[in-house]
Write a protein that binds this ligand. Structure first.
Ligand SMILES: NC(=O)c1ccc[n+]([C@@H]2O[C@H](COP(=O)([O-])OP(=O)(O)OC[C@H]3O[C@@H](n4cnc5c(N)ncnc54)[C@H](O)[C@@H]3O)[C@@H](O)[C@H]2O)c1
Length: 422
């Protein structure tokens, strides 16, 4: 099948490369020329394990283009993978979804071939029915009655494991409000062997938000417990390790530390809080999860200040990406930590194996080190912000380390060691 992907970012580029690997011919449309150029050279637009090989191996079936209309017209299916960041009041900003939907609608107006538009972007419940479908139908003058379906298939891939997650999802959520759309999704995912949830588009939209809300609340719950364990002299990780053995709870997403960042959890929880507000309700637990999360970097800096001081000190920051395995720094805890260090009069020497280039765009004026070892040896104290495996190989002997992620090597070898919640 010829498939167009609108938005060749983390979701679009990975989905496109993986669909090409499945044998489809994929047209990746992005408004960002640099992304298109990189893809045209066979390079991924960002670091994601396995993605480069997937793109290079399928170059004959992958095209990058800025011609949305031409791509959509020549395809049987279009994936909508544009960003839905927070706006100023925490709602999902749907302007890219709106613009892309209108462009897809306009592209389909001269065609009578059947076409399925698949909403992959994370959007508030009702968006497919109330925004995407009307924009496409009014632009094209077509509807389900003449072969145009708009369905919703939320994406659950995790950056750092996105290729694996595409091919081995825990479940597929197939949201469709018309039989032809449902059938098109079924056909697309026929080769996959995992549980399928068949539901309407609004339910599919809510499944995505609910999943992220649960995970975010879990992390904040772990951090809240950790913040109580620390002054009691109890090892949070021992506690949560034991808690996770309860099979009603399970061990994952119980790592107490600096909290969650990234392009999804913070903005999706904020969007649910905003949705509750719009419904005249309060999402108290979700607001509290965000609040706990926002406070973790402050708690971390307070700890550093109490042990070493910050003003006039040269502080090493290990890790800038929002998590290991990616160069994505969107809402990374490192942004708040570095800003907090600067605000308190500290000087910063930072290192990340992947994310330095992107972090420079946010903080061009701090110093960047060529290696993690340089950070540890060349500063008054080191803070660990992202749990890159290579930080477990460093020599922390004689150094001061304040740890936001539980680096065992630092705990065992540093002269002074403090964990944020342990
Ligand atoms: N990143 C993740 O791990 C992840 C996981 C699951 C779901 N999601 C959701 O998927 C969506 C996309 O996320 P992402 O991380 O891939 O975003 P991203 O910012 O990495 O990519 C979005 C891309 O869309 C392009 N774009 C925007 N408007 C366009 C238009 N009109 N025409 C062509 N291109 C356009 C942008 O240039 C950008 O490259 C979001 O709703 C996000 O919440 C993301």
């Amino acid at each position: 099948m010829r498939i167009t992907i609108v938005g060749a970012g983390h979701v679009g580029a990975v989905s496109g490369a993986c669909l090409a690997e499945m044998g489809h011919h994929v047209l990746l449309v992005d408004r960002d020329e640099r992304i298109r150029e990189r893809l045209s050279r066979g390079e991924p637009p960002f670091f994601e394990p396995g993605l480069e090989a997937m793109i290079r191996g399928n170059r004959s079936r992958l095209e990058a283009t800025g011609d949305l209309a031409g791509a959509v017209q020549s395809s049987a299916m279009t994936f909508l993978c544009v960003g839905t960041p927070s706006n100023g009041v925490g709602e999902a900003d749907l302007s890219a979804v709106d613009a892309a939907s209108s462009a897809i609608g306009a592209a389909l107006c001269d065609s009578s071939d059947s076409h399925t538009v698949v909403v992959k972007s994370t959007v508030p419940p009702g968006t497919t029915v109330n925004i995407v479908r009307p924009a496409i139908e009014s632009g094209s003058g077509r509807s389900a009655a003449d072969g145009l379906s708009v369905v919703m298939n939320p994406e659950f891939l995790r950056e750092g494991a996105a290729v694996r997650d595409f091919f081995m999802p825990d479940r597929l959520v197939l949201g469709a409000d018309d039989p032809a759309g449902a059938a098109a999704l079924e056909a697309l995912y026929r080769p996959f062997h995992c549980p399928r949830v068949r539901c309407g588009t609004a339910t599919a939209e809510m499944v995505k938000y609910a999943s992220n809300a649960f995970l975010a609340v879990r992390i904040s719950c772990a951090n809240e417990i950790g913040n109580l364990c620390k002054p009691l002299g109890i090892d949070t990780h021992e506690v949560l390790g034991a808690v996770g053995l309860d099979d009603r709870i399970g061990p994952r997403f119980l790592g107490a530390g600096l909290g969650f960042g990234g392009s999804c959890f913070p903005k999706d929880v904020r969007a649910l809080v905003a949705l509750a507000r719009a419904l005249g309700r309060e999402a108290r637990l979700l607001s509290a999860a965000l609040d706990v999360n926002d406070r973790q970097p402050v708690t971390f800096l307070d700890l550093l200040k109490a042990r070493v001081g910050i003003s006039g000190r040269r502080i090493g920051v290990l890790g800038l990406a929002f998590k290991p395995g990616t160069d994505d720094i969107r809402e990374s805890r490192a942004i708040a930590v570095v800003q907090g260090l600067l605000d308190r009069g500290g000087r910063v020497l930072a290192y990340d194996p992947m994310a330095e280039e992107r972090f420079r765009q946010v903080h061009p004026d701090i110093e960047y080190a060529g290696s993690a070892a340089e950070v540890v040896s060349g500063t008054d104290a080191t803070v660990i912000v992202t749990e890159w495996p290579e930080f477990e190989e460093l020599d922390y002997t004689g150094r001061i380390v304040i740890d936001g992620r539980r680096c065992r090597r630092a705990e065992e070898t540093a002269a002074v060691y403090e964990g944020i919640c342990w």
